[in-house]
Design a protein around this ligand. Structure first.
Ligand code: KG4
Ligand code: ZN
Length: 344
């Protein structure tokens, strides 16, 4: 096992943010640069993969330069280079992986391929070094909604996942139905603030008794019918008041399901620690009800700062530190892998 200080450059390009960060020993974040493409995709109401790849190509060099400059670290001072290589949009991943390979090769530094979801889970450990293992991890993002039993930064067992839409995807699609801007999560969060979420109530889909899986496709249709009438035939757009009530009711139902399943997982596994990560972990209602759960149910609930919830490279450099400590690098034959099967 290596023993000296590890200064790791992380690179992230799996979806619609091009990001680079320098992190020391998996904890000390010297820089965390992100170039977001949200404006490019907003006009289309969702991430367009081809546009994402092109934007990554434009942003990758400037974002890595910025991360190194902000950290005041010269490339030669790096211990290793790390990059998200799975899961994600293949063209987007390839930009980061190809760049990281060339950089590692030119500098003669070891290269590590990092799992994007391990990154989201590590964000809490980076923010709260006292977070103990085992813990239950709830990952809620635009592409994933899953529960893991985690025994270490690199040791995660899948215990539940969505059978259809991810929670963030449901936020984005419901926002579109309601005529709200992309990304839908922040728009719905903002509109729901201070509203009574009980004015419109949606069914909480809990699936079979005891299941830790999720399903969010039904609630999308329920919102569509509530907004446009049965069979979505209504041609009159709902009033702004009604849109806000629907948004608040939808958000409440999703948050309730996420927390109910998470609490069930903690109880079943006898683990009184819940760490929530991914873009949807920015949600203010999820955070507020997570705090209520902590006070009521005796489970410590952790949320990273919002900048570490959405896609970033600090979490990638953080995980890579543990891969560096564990053993040999992946090397230049490492591949980008768009989908990944997690073992249960
Ligand atoms: O983790 P992330 O940046 O990218 C993926 O790996 O998918 O998550 C993006 C997702 C989007 O679906 C976005 O709508 C959602 O996170 N999101 C939110 C909030 N902020 C971002 N969802 C609910 N409330 C928010 N405040
Ligand atoms: Zn993500």
């Amino acid at each position: 096992m290596a023993s000296s200080r590890a200064v790791i450059l992380g690179i992230e390009s799996s979806c619609d943010e091009t990001a680079a960060a320098v992190v020391v020993d998996g904890r000390e974040v010297l820089s965390n640069a992100v170039i977001s493409q949200i404006d490019r995709h907003a006009v289309f109401g969702g991430v367009v993969p081809e546009l994402a790849c092109r934007a990554h190509v434009q942003a990758i060099v400037p974002v890595v330069d910025k991360a190194l400059a902000d950290a005041r670290v010269a490339p030669e001072e790096l211990t290793a280079v790390a990059v998200t290589n799975s899961p994600g949009l293949i063209g987007a991943l390839l930009v980061g992986v190809a760049y990281a390979k060339s950089l590692a090769f030119c500098l003669g530094k070891p290269l590590y391929g990092v799992d994007h979801l391990h990154g989201h889970m590590y964000a809490n450990r980076m923010a709260f070094p006292d977070l103990e293992y085992p813990c239950v991890n709830l990952i809620v993002s635009g592409g994933h909604t899953s529960l893991y039993l985690s025994r270490g930064p690199l040791d995660h067992t899948l215990i539940g996942s969505t059978r259809d839409d991810a929670a963030g995807e449901a936020f984005d699609k419901v926002a579109k139905i309601l005529g709200l801007p992309f990304p839908g999560g922040p728009a719905i969060d903002k509109l729901s603030k201070g509203r009574d979420p009980g004015r419109v109530s949606f069914k909480r889909t809990l699936l079979e008794e005891g299941s830790l899986d999720f399903s969010f496709s039904g609630i999308k249709t329920a919102v569509l019918y509530a907004a446009r009438g049965q069979d979505a035939k209504g041609d009159r757009a709902p009033t702004p008041e009604r849109v806000a009530d629907l948004a608040a009711g939808f958000q409440e139902a999703v948050v309730d399901v996420l927390l109910a399943k998470s609490l069930q997982a903690c109880r079943e596994r006898g683990v009184p620690r819940l760490a929530v990560g991914g873009g949807v972990a920015c949600n203010s209602r999820l955070r507020a009800k997570g705090a209520e759960l902590e006070a009521r149910d005796g489970v410590r609930v952790y949320f990273p700062p919002p900048a570490w919830c959405t896609d970033n490279a600090a979490m990638i450099a953080g995980v890579a530190y543990h891969q560096w400590r564990r053993g040999p690098p992946d090397g230049l034959t490492m591949d980008a892998v768009p989908t990944k099967v997690y073992r249960r």
